[in-house]
Design a protein around this ligand. Structure first.
Ligand code: ADP
Ligand code: MG
Length: 534
């Protein structure tokens, strides 16, 4: 090797490393899943670049992942012939917090340090998980299109080194793990086979194991999971695939897997998580459904294949109707994308409606997680058809329902009293704060008054009534003067921050309430738009 340069991990990576290594990890097997998933991503990236640069690999060359073991040196090697990494990429990607999963992990960690160990299991920390089983890690890589390779090395103790590899190198990446003394299990053929079939069977590239007699044995089916017939995908396969693309540790709440034939051909394998992804309310409202064209990965976030109000979905859309050599930029304006988006949206909303009807209790969990996101669609969807479909899967609390019960607008309408002309609604962050809202005092207090109480107020003596009325008018005039003076004063104090101040007869216990002018934006909507910087 040439000159060796020693560098330090970013401070935060150092923290993650020690957590990974020193926390008793309950499932060490997953390090192999992480390394294989990186190798598969690297093959995806190469296959995409190959579309516009045919010099990057041989036509017809098989993209593959190969595992080999060296018992004497206690080494486990995972090799791929994907895109590879340049020297800079080795440093940037393996030495700093580049991975989305790790980034989220750290953000969460800031909130609750004690949960650290749990969290590692929940997200997986990508590449760094290799330090759970290895004392020394070497990554040798040669970037597609380049002739020199570089070698990255670290013992997970806070520093890593990078050096140039002398001699011949071939495109791709080799991860060489020197296993800890008590981890030699991972050199065992059956152990490796078991881990690969359990966690990585869905990987769309063949994964080979070089056996002791030197032959290659294929461990996975090598068929991308979404291209299989719906019934041929087991629950555990879905689970593992979902985990690997979402970094979410729990089972998906719902799987939406369809092969669509007709005017537009595409496959969708989409998952609704059972918990909120961390970036759900991030202002950029990023969607993370991956777009493939004929099994070639195109992009994850440059092209919107699903509307933003469905951004809780994770998964894959693969179409054969898009030209392969299309650039990511022109894709966004493609009418095919628009059609796929419309069709997928319909499918997802239909699936949600079926679930809402068939299992309202489970749907409640979904609604609590993602209802606020879905409701954005009521303002955002351009066509009435989508808006109505969204509305049909929306659920609401009603002042007339059992506590905590959610109902649909359809339910509400079907139980409206004859002659009811209006539906009043109130928006709020949660039921409790909505119930505290001064705007509904008038109604909520009405329901508290008993009919027998009302009788006590009815007067039988007409004369008495008249006298009382005269007295009341005089009082009212005096009161009006006071109130007018008060309002003039308040207007002076509040100035431009309000557009008007009015007397309300609706309040029973509160002194004031905020109201929006007629035809103006709803307060919460305005707040939402402001948060989105619109
Ligand atoms: P993530 O996969 O979530 O991005 P990882 O920690 O698993 O995070 O990997 C960090 C980065 O290192 C990857 O994003 C990728 O850029 C790079 N990388 C890791 N393994 C490989 C590989 N086999 N080939 C090319 N790049 C890789
Ligand atoms: Mg990874």
């Amino acid at each position: 090797y040439g000159d060796i340069e020693e560098l330090k991990f970013g401070a935060e990576v150092g923290k993650v490393l020690s957590l990974v290594v020193h926390s008793l990890y309950t499932n060490k097997d997953i390090f192999l899943r992480e390394v294989i998933s990186n190798a598969s991503d690297a093959c995806d990236k190469l296959r995409y670049l190959f579309l516009s640069d045919q010099s990057l690999m041989e036509a017809g060359e098989e993209l593959r992942i190969v595992i080999s073991v060296d018992r004497d040196r206690r080494e486990l090697t995972i090799r791929d012939n994907g895109i590879g990494m340049s020297r800079k990429e080795l440093i940037d990607n393996l030495g700093t917090i580049a991975s989305s999963g790790t980034q989220r992990f750290l953000e969460e960690l800031k909130g609750d340090k004690a949960q650290g160990c749990d969290l590692i299991g929940k997200f997986g920390v990508g590449f760094y998980s290799v330090f759970m089983v290895a004392t020394n890690v070497v990554v040798e890589s040669c970037k597609a299109g380049e002739k020199v390779g570089y070698r990255w090395q670290s013992s997970g103790d806070g520093v890593f080194s990078v050096s140039k590899i002398d001699g011949d190198v071939s495109r791709g990446t080799k991860v060489i793990l020197t296993l800890r003394e008590n981890e030699h299990d991972f050199l065992d053929k059956f152990r490796i086979e078991h881990i690969v079939t359990t966690y990585s069977d869905h990987v769309g590239y063949p994964i080979y194991l070089i056996t002791s007699d030197g032959t290659e044995e294929k461990l996975n089916s090598g068929v991308a999971i979404w291209t299989k017939p719906k019934d041929a995908v087991s629950e555990s396969e879905h689970m593992e695939f979902f985990r690997s693309i979402s970094h979410i540790g729990s089972n998906p709440w719902m799987v939406i897997h369809n092969k669509n034939e007709g005017t537009i051909e595409y496959i969708n394998l989409l998952y609704v998580p059972s918990v909120k992804p961390f970036d759900l309310f991030h202002p950029d409202r990023r969607c993370s459904v991956k777009l493939y064209v004929n099994r070639v990965f195109i992009t994850e976030d440059n092209v919107q294949v699903i509307p933003q109000y469905l951004r809780f979905l994770r998964g894959v859309i693969d179409s054969s109707d898009l030209p392969l050599n299309i650039s990511r930029e022109t894709l966004q304006n493609s009418t095919v994308i628009e059609k796929i988006k419309a069709s997928v949206t319909r499918k997802v909303l239909t699936s949600l409606r079926k679930k809402a009807d068939s299992d309202p209790a489970s749907y409640k969990t979904f609604w609590e997680n993602f209802g606020p996101v879905l409701k954005e669609g009521l303002c955002e969807a351009m066509d009435t058809e989508s808006r109505e479909a969204i509305l049909s899967v929306c659920r609401f609390y009603s002042s007339n329902s059992k506590e905590g019960e959610l109902i649909s607008l359809g339910d509400y309408i079907s139980r409206m009293k004859p002659g009811q002309e209006h539906i009043f609604y109130l928006s709020g962050n949660d039921l409790e704060s909505a119930m505290r809202s001064p705007q509904i005092e008038e109604w909520s207090s009405v329901t508290r008054v008993d009919e027998s109480d009302l009788e006590k107020f009815t007067e039988s003596d007409d004369q008495g009534k008249k006298k009382k009325k005269e007295k009341k008018d005089a009082d009212d005039a005096q009161q009006k003067e006071n109130v007018d003076a008060f309002i003039t004063y308040m207007k002076k104090v509040l100035g431009d921050s309000v557009s008007d101040i009015k007397v309300s007869r609706k309040l029973t216990t509160s002194l004031v309430c905020l109201a929006v002018p007629e035809h103006a934006l709803d307060i919460r909507m305005e707040r939402f738009l402001r948060e989105q910087k619109q």
